[in-house]
Write a protein that binds this ligand. Structure first.
Ligand code: ASN
Length: 344
């Protein structure tokens, strides 16, 4: 039996009657400390995976923990090197019979991008749980410890299998496909857009609303041989958007673009002309998403853009990145996005 892996950065004492969970720590507020217990902005990342686990001894009542320190950064600095490392290591960890599930500790600012990426890049029915905190570990009423306990609880829960990558914070369990950060500061910031709330913790027991199901449009990408991800940028639409941004992004190396459109994927006529000019000249895929927190961009046959459907700009970017990384052509990319909104 498992489990003393010499490559694990940490390994708790093995209790053979408990399941094994691997934690991948990347940084964020959950791993941060302030200079006082009232400081809730301007704190510093620095706690390692050992300290995160040590702070919640209750975890050891439900699992043995192996922990890897993948990075220790604010999530705004999570990059494709970290993402690919996570995907490769999580896939190999979950392939082991003796591992029940994995937890990724992460800053909340871009947590949804990593969770969505893992949903597409990890191929397993075992739980993958991405967790963070909104208050640093030193704060009064810090939320990280209970969130981490709940994340490990989910990782060992039979009921959590077959639900893809999940995000849990503040008692809520959401699908990585649809969960988004809705408030830059408040504790209860992660809730799902229309489709994705899966369940809730009551007294640290996860209760699910539905049997396991797969989000419509879910595609798995095998990134085993990928060493980098395609360059995709997001442009933010607004009044008087500078049309030159499209060509400028291409000149800076973008292989695909997503724009966060006004309303259901709109941009000004001048910006649209510039985007169409770029598309006609280069053929790079340009995906229309929405800058509103929630919503849907419908496809139109006439448009040169690819409609993002329900994907918000940051998730549309991840999907486009993976498609381009795997050499999908334009029509395949269009079909890939359309999988998210099949015609009834
Ligand atoms: N609450 C957080 O984790 C925010 C932090 N700045 C991060 O995303 O890393």
């Amino acid at each position: 039996m498992c489990c003393h892996d010499e490559h694990a950065h940490i390994q708790t004492a093995i209790n053979a009657s408990l399941p094994n969970v691997t934690i991948f720590a990347t940084g964020g507020t959950i791993a941060s400390q302030g200079s006082s217990n009232t400081q809730t902005v301007g704190y510093q990342v620095g706690l390692g995976v050992q300290q995160l686990v040590d702070a919640v001894p209750e975890i050891l009542n439900i699992s043995n923990i192996a922990g890897y320190q993948i990075s220790n950064v604010d999530s705004g600095s999570v990059n494709q090197t970290i993402l690919l490392k996570l995907a490769h290591q999580i896939n190999s960890e979950l392939a082991r019979d003796d591992v029940s599930g994995v937890v990724v500790t992460h800053g909340t600012d871009t947590l949804e991008e990593t969770a969505f990426f893992l949903q597409l890049a990890v191929n397993s029915t075992k739980p993958v749980v991405v967790v963070g905190a909104m208050r640093p570990a030193t704060a009064l009423s810090a939320d990280g410890e209970l969130n981490l306990l709940q994340a490990v609880t989910l990782a060992v829960s039979d009921n959590a299998k077959g639900r893809g990558t999940m995000i849990t914070l503040n008692d809520r369990i959401g699908s990585a496909f649809y969960t988004t950060k809705n408030n830059a500061n408040s504790l209860d910031t992660f809730f799902s857009t229309e489709a994705g709330q899966l369940g809730f913790f009551i007294n640290q027991v996860p209760y699910f609303y539905y049997a396991p199901s797969v989000p419509i449009g879910l595609t798995h990408f095998d990134l085993a041989n990928a060493t980098s991800l395609a360059h995709v940028d997001i442009l933010y639409a607004h009044q008087d958007m500078d049309p030159a941004l499209f060509n400028a992004s291409y000149a800076l190396g973008a292989e695909g673009l997503v724009f966060a459109g006004v309303g259901a994927g709109g941009i000004s006529s001048k910006a649209s002309e510039a985007a169409e000019g770029l598309f006609n000249a280069t053929g790079i895929p340009i995906v229309a998403s929405h800058r509103s927190v929630d919503g849907f961009v419908p496809s139109t046959d006439e448009s040169f853009t690819i409609a993002a459907g329900f994907y918000n700009p940051q998730k549309a970017r991840v999907l486009l990145q993976l498609a381009l990384t795997m050499d999908y052509d334009y029509d395949e990319i269009k079909n890939l996005f359309a999988l998210g909104y099949p015609k009834p």
